[in-house]
Design a protein around this ligand. Structure first.
Ligand SMILES: Nc1nc2c(ncn2[C@@H]2O[C@H](COP(=O)(O)OP(=O)(O)OP(=O)(O)O)[C@@H](O)[C@H]2O)c(=O)[nH]1
Ligand SMILES: [Mg+2]
Length: 690
């Protein structure tokens, strides 16, 4: 592919609630720009963007596709994100790399939960944006109704239609372009005069557009208020400023599968959205503190890795966005985040699964390189002589976890490696070994997210995994003081074993464990203390109540006895262990459970059901707020009660509720619940034993 200079680039993310029509829109753009000669369909699994096996199987996008659209000497880097809530991490990464966003709205459904979620992320990244009303050809599509639903978006900006529908539903023939005041039919290339019946409404709508343009620029506003007419160049300039500042948000219309509205939209992207040369100053951390970088090819390099994919055949693919300077194939760059030099091979511009080589990438451009050894998502690549770090976005905490088990012995040796590589390519996926439950835990955003990861482990890394609901990582501790003595004595044949330990245990506030030698008068030699501590630590790991780790205890050994011949370390280890268990039982032991802070956002109408449901989950509701038809509940809930809350909340709210959670603290499990946990543990020990 040819090189594109900074000012002819546009980096635009397509975001929406699931299924609004992003992949179909970019397919139409590729077709209209001549990159492909037939339009694929999502349901036929032959679009350029949804090319992965799992995407084809499910007919939805699962990861962000990078699709450069070359049109009229511009290159529009379109980032087609997945809309399904589980894959929000992909949306965040794409927005990080973009300079603007197209928020697609299904003109049958109007604003949906997913629209609001992506809207808020666009706000976080301060991106100028368009609204695109999609599927205008559908039976139940409604322009006025969908326009009215835009008021549900949390924004102070004003929505300005820049097009009107030419015909409705199945008769949606094209768009009436309020900039050119022409009717633009199916392929959009040819323009017709506006049909008479639309003339009046078009003139009226154009007045709003001109007012918005005037407000974008003081000079124009003065002219406008003086009653002078603005030229079309002035309207375009003023409107562009109003769009870039976020004051006005233009609304476009499309029916991508019928190929309507595509060309006017591409023209508007070139006309109204900023090139990477015109974005807000780029913040970076340099050697001397904060710096602002110039988005120019003549500066030194600063590029961010916004996405990585791992594939056993293609290897690692690194997606880069250059902010400053240029990047050339077969060169060396400095990875500031890893403090290491990387040698680049050929730079590729992607189009779905096709890799098109380029020699040089200008400031602002997006592309991929393969097989970088050190580099991972979020890293900054720069020039060794000018070291900078670019900001990485925050990703939400995991909402859904499973315990994973290898299917076979062979899978067991490969499991860790595969999970690590999958987590490397997805900032919202993580895994860890939970020592308290002895399980391998995979954390993600929802059941579909985890399901896709498990399938990838199988198809990409040939690792078969089974999953089950993870055990809750309970802990054990004490609530009062306790003391005990234990004598270990064994005399069989030759030399015997002898040790006696007296110890006391006390609750600790802010440390997990402390061990003190309080023996006076030398009843136990200090040389035996490490053995006693080892015995105690053995119990800490395994627990003494229901098999969960013990924390927040202080152990003081204050007396004991030893024998000149038979005492040895192993005897003290046993005596320490047993004395600790006895003292633990004396010290009013309890179970602790993780309590999560949770924030739930649901349509107001679902509030009653959600609160009723929380009541059954031992939740403590801490706050409730309602705004614009949506309610936000904050609460503290035991993890044990919300292990599958993502799925439950979706079913209570018909998919319209969302939540986030993070660990708050550990808290004593109520006695009746603890009894059940202890009984379960005894049962499973009995089963394992028998
Ligand atoms: N009638 C009609 N159907 C459309 C149009 N655009 C998309 N569709 C259909 O709507 C469904 C979803 O379209 P996609 O393009 O996959 O939507 P998406 O936003 O990429 O979906 P996700 O990536 O899963 O969020 C598909 O079955 C499309 O064929 C349109 O303009 N008109
Ligand atoms: Mg899609």
């Amino acid at each position: 592919m040819k090189e594109y200079a900074t000012d002819v680039l546009r980096n635009v993310a397509l975001v929406s609630h699931g299924g609004a029509g992003k992949t179909s829109l970019v397919e139409a753009m590729l077709f209209m720009s001549g990159a492909i000669n037939r339009i694929g369909k999502v349901q036929d699994g032959n679009t350029v963007s949804d090319f992965e096996e799992e995407e084809i199987r499910r007919n939805i996008s699962l990861s962000t596709g990078l699709l450069p659209v070359e049109y009229e000497n511009h290159k529009l880097n379109i980032l087609d994100t997945p809309g399904f809530a589980d894959f929000i991490g992909e949306v965040i990464s794409a927005l990080r790399a973009s300079d603007a966003a197209l928020v697609l709205v299904d003109s049958v459904a109007g604003i949906e939960v997913g629209t609001e979620i992506v809207w808020n992320y666009c706000d976080q990244f301060e991106l100028p944006r368009f609204i695109v009303l999609c599927k205008m050809d559908r039976d139940n599509a409604g322009f006025k109704r969908t326009m009215a639903s835009l008021k549900n978006l949390p924004t102070g900006a004003t929505f300005i239609p820049v097009q009107l529908p030419w015909g409705e539903k199945q008769n949606f023939k094209g768009v009436i372009d309020l900039f050119t005041m022409q009717a633009r039919s199916a392929d959009g290339k040819k323009s017709d005069p506006i049909p008479e019946e639309f003339e009046e409404s078009a003139l009226e709508a154009r007045t709003n557009l001109i007012e918005a343009a005037a407000e974008g620029d003081d000079e124009l506003l003065e002219k406008y208020l003086d009653g002078e007419e603005l030229s079309s160049e002035e309207i375009s300039r003023g409107f562009k400023q109003a769009v870039v500042s976020g004051q006005f948000i233009p609304v476009f219309l499309t029916a991508s599968t019928a190929n309507i509205g595509t060309i006017p939209l591409m023209e508007a992207i070139m006309e109204l959205l900023p090139s990477p040369a015109k974005i807000a100053p780029i913040q970076a951390q340099g050697a001397q503190g904060a710096e602002e970088l110039e988005p120019s090819s003549s500066e030194t390099l600063a590029a961010i890795v916004w996405k990585t994919t791992a594939d056993p055949f293609v290897g690692k693919l690194t997606y880069l966005r250059v902010y400053s300077g240029t990047l050339s194939s077969d060169s060396k760059v400095w990875n500031q985040s890893k403090d290491a030099e990387e040698r680049l091979g050929t730079i590729h511009v992607l189009r779905g699964k096709d890799q098109l080589p380029v020699k040089l990438l200008h400031a602002g451009d997006i592309a991929t390189v393969s097989k970088l050894s050190e580099t991972g998502t979020g890293d900054t690549l720069c020039d060794k002589s000018h070291r900078v770090t670019l900001k990485i976005p925050n990703y939400p905490n995991a909402l859904y976890s499973v315990a994973v088990m290898p299917k076979t012995q062979a899978d067991s040796t490969k499991m860790g490696g595969a999970l690590t590589r999958l987590s490397e390519e997805d900032p919202t996926l993580s895994w860890h070994q939970e020592s308290s439950t002895n399980q391998t835990i995979l954390n993600g955003m929802g059941d579909q997210h985890i399901d896709v990861a498990i399938r990838k482990a199988e198809s990409k890394f040939q690792v078969g995994l089974n999953t089950e609901t993870p055990k809750v990582p309970y802990r054990e501790t004490i609530t009062s003081e306790g003391s005990a003595a234990y004598r270990h004595k064994k005399q069989t044949g030759g030399s015997g074993q002898f040790a006696e330990v007296h110890l006391r245990i006390l609750p600790l506030e802010d440390k997990d464990f402390e061990f003190k030698n309080k023996v006076v008068g030398g009843s136990i030699s200090s040389g035996y203390m490490p053995a006693i501590e080892k015995g105690v630590r053995g119990v800490l790991k395994l627990g003494a109540l229901a098999g969960y780790p013990i924390s927040k205890v202080r152990v003081e050994v204050f007396d004991g006895k030893e024998h000149p011949v038979d005492s040895k370390a192993v005897a003290f280890e046993i005596a320490g262990r047993e004395a600790f268990k006895l003292a633990f039982a004396e010290a009013s032991p309890v179970m602790l459970e993780p309590i999560m802070d949770i924030e739930i956002t649901v349509p107001q109408g679902n509030m009653g059901d959600v609160l009723g449901d929380l009541n059954t989950r031992r939740a403590r509701v801490q706050g409730m707020e309602s705004d614009r038809g949506r309610s936000v509940v904050t609460a503290q809930v035991p993890l044990a009660e919300i292990v599958r809350y993502v799925t439950d909340l979706r079913s209570i709210t018909g998919g319209r509720g969302v939540f986030s959670m993070s660990l708050s603290h550990y808290q004593v499990v109520p006695p009746h619940v603890a009894e059940d946990i202890i009984a379960d543990q005894k049962k499973s020990i009995a089963q394992e034993g028998g």
